[in-house]
Design a protein. Structure first.
Length: 93
């Protein structure tokens, strides 16, 4: 019985090796190449998304910084106005 199973296994492996033809190898290689191109395209898309996110963060940071500068300018103007009013009051005395 064991000998019969061993022979069947040998026959099956023989069939598998006989069934592997050039056209099948070509189809398998096409599938592998397609997967490779797909992965490459996916990597490119992800890299572009990361670059876009980085650019958006930089723009957002620049806008935040600009807003902070405007606020600082307003505060400095307020302090300057206060100093002017104090100076005028001192000049009266």
């Amino acid at each position: 019985m064991k000998k019969h199973k061993f022979e069947d296994a040998n026959k099956e492996s023989g069939f598998i090796s006989e069934e592997l033809t050039a056209s099948k190898v070509e189809v398998i290689s096409s599938i592998i190449l397609t997967l490779g191109y797909s992965l490459s395209t996916l990597a490119t898309i992800l890299a572009l998304q990361e670059e876009e996110e980085a650019a958006q963060l930089k723009t957002s940071y620049s806008q935040d910084q600009s807003q902070q500068f405007k606020q600082m300018c307003k505060q400095l103007q307020y302090v300057n106005d206060r100093l002017d009013s104090i100076e005028r009051k001192l000049d009266r005395y």
